[in-house]
Design a protein around this ligand. Structure first.
Ligand code: NAP
Ligand code: MG
Length: 486
């Protein structure tokens, strides 16, 4: 049964309002393309209203700013209680709007409760230092919230992205305006309602649904927004960094895409490596920024590995995401499906060997067969660009030295992985690969305690971990005279 759609309006100053223009846009089911709901289409005027509300809530005399940090943490923990109360509904709604399969929704959405409590626990542990300074002085630092934050979300894991960004900003004491992705606006609205129910004062959290080109652009150019945190494509990430310097100087955190290398050495246990390599690229239909989309297999085991990988891919159960036994669901929308199918055609044209899959499944919904390409070379488009679909590209290499250089020969630097039973190989690879996250004999293993982000064009800054609040804080040095004699 379809989950109830409770909220479709903008959330500004703890109230549900229509877009000032009165416009709405449709959000569709990836499973069958049917319209799920019409959602308010916010643009510049609504962003202005939301930023004004967030700015008012950030005033030094506001309830939020005067609140004891422990009370802030308590409200965020209350939100965790409400999240846990509604987690089945939230997982269902995520799956309905995004196409995430039940298996993943259960694991990722339900697992996020832990992450909420972890970040909430940081609220009252933000502290500065006392500093020895020259002369008769005494210095200390204050860490203070940066101000109104614009948080721009992608469509691939909407709940997790909302929680990562919003929770961290709130733990730091900031106020926020959230712009969810056009494809998946619904769960952000449901989470905003829970934050208000938990006791977050009005204006602290605002959600403006709408398009990147209008609402997103207005947010990134707004002079009263102090910081932007964005997850999405490299292309838009670069636009955001430019926009951040136009009307003021916004702090920027960017979590962008990748073309992450996964290395299989010939001493690896293939019983583990084959399913992990498949999970690394087929999980969530390949719509994961850290997807293992360049799979380098040592030449001595190449044919054997490809055979096993193809067998594995053929065994993946694709279908309706609400079926608990299904492992792969639909791509998020028709545009993304066509983009992925375009890459598959290009792979064939450029000489990669299609081993299995390669086609759309049926004509309703946006399903693509799990696809494996062998004989992929570094110069092919499918080995260079982020596909964001269920496409495993298998390349061959001879030596560790060679594969490290080839791994790094990209402008991306998000994640990397290696399967080997040789500790020195694992250590050398981990040291030299240019990536923010490295997995050894595992893949996609993440936790709220572990910093997440990329080298090079894959991003700027890190989310998660003890230091995740730092980009939401300013450091203020206070120095006072302390005469030696008194
Ligand atoms: P995108 O265009 O980068 O969109 C991400 C977010 O930015 C959305 O909320 C989007 O709004 C907004 N946006 C778009 N243009 C903007 C602008 N000029 N200023 C401010 N905000 C703007 O990503 P996409 O179109 O959904 O997907 C395209 C590709 O991005 C994918 O194929 C994939 O390669 C990559 N991607 C990466 C991640 C990741 O986790 N790193 C996640 C999603 C996608 P609208 O949705 O309304 O356009
Ligand atoms: Mg877009």
């Amino acid at each position: 049964m379809a989950p109830e759609i409770k909220y479709t309006k903008l959330f500004i100053n703890n109230e549900w309002v229509d877009a000032k223009s009165g416009k709405t846009f449709e959000t569709r089911s990836p499973h069958n393309g049917a319209v799920i709901a019409k959602v308010a289409e916010g643009d510049k005027a609504d962003i202005d209203a939301a930023v004004a509300a967030a700015r008012c809530a950030f005033h030094r005399n506001s309830e939020w700013r005067l609140m004891d940090a422990s009370e802030r943490g308590r409200i965020l923990n209350k939100f965790a209680d409400l999240y846990e109360r509604d987690v089945q509904y939230l997982a269902q709604l995520e799956s309905y709007d995004n196409g995430m399969v039940t298996q993943m929704a259960q694991m990722a959405v339900a697992g996020a409760g832990k992450s909420i409590r972890y970040i909430a626990s940081l609220a009252d542990k933000i502290q500065g230092d006392t500093l020895p300074v020259d002369g008769d002085g005494f210095s200390y630092t204050l860490k203070q919230p940066v101000g109104v934050c614009g948080l721009i979300l992608p469509w691939n894991v909407p709940i997790l992205m909302f929680l990562n960004k919003v929770m961290t900003a709130l733990a730091a004491g900031c106020t926020v305006v959230v712009k969810p992705a056009e494809q998946t606006p619904l769960t952000a609205l449901a989470l905003a309602a829970l934050l208000a129910e938990a006791g977050v004062p009005k204006g602290v959290v605002n959600v403006v649904t709408g398009y990147g080109e209008t609402a997103g652009v207005a947010l990134t150019h707004h002079p009263h927004v102090a910081k932007i945190s964005f997850t999405g494509s490299v292309q838009v990430g670069k636009l955001i960094q430019q926009a951040a310097g136009v009307n003021n100087l916004k702090r920027v955190t960017l979590e962008l895409g990748g073309k992450s290398p996964l290395i299989i050495m010939d001493d690896a246990d293939l019983n583990i490596a084959v399913p992990f390599a498949a999970h690394g690229v087929f999980a969530h239909q390949g719509q994961i920024c850290v997807a293992a989309s360049r799979l380098f297999v040592q030449s001595t085991i190449y044919d054997k590995f490809v055979e096993a990988a193809v067998k594995h891919a053929k065994g993946i159960k694709v279908g309706d995401p609400t079926d608990a036994s299904v492992q792969q669901g639909p791509q998020v929308d028709e545009e993304m499906m066509n983009k992925v199918l375009g890459y598959i055609e290009q792979g064939k044209r450029e000489g990669a060997k299609l081993m299995t899959g390669g086609k759309r499944i049926g004509s309703s919904g946006y399903y693509i067969e799990p696809t494996v390409f062998a004989n992929v070379t570094d110069d092919m488009t499918i080995a260079k660009e982020e596909i964001f679909g269920p496409v495993q590209n298998i390349l061959s290499f001879d030596t560790l030295e060679e594969v490290i250089d080839r791994s790094n020969d990209t402008s991306f630097g998000l994640a990397a992985g290696i399967f080997t039973t040789n500790i020195n190989t694992a250590l050398q690879f981990s040291k030299h690969v240019e990536a923010g996250i490295v997995w050894v004999n595992t893949y996609l293993q993440m936790g709220c305690q572990a910093p997440f982000g990329g080298f090079k064009d894959s991003g700027l800054g890190r989310e998660n971990g003890l230091h995740s609040v730092d980009p939401y804080l300013e450091v203020k040095t206070v120095t006072m005279a302390l005469p030696k004699k008194f």
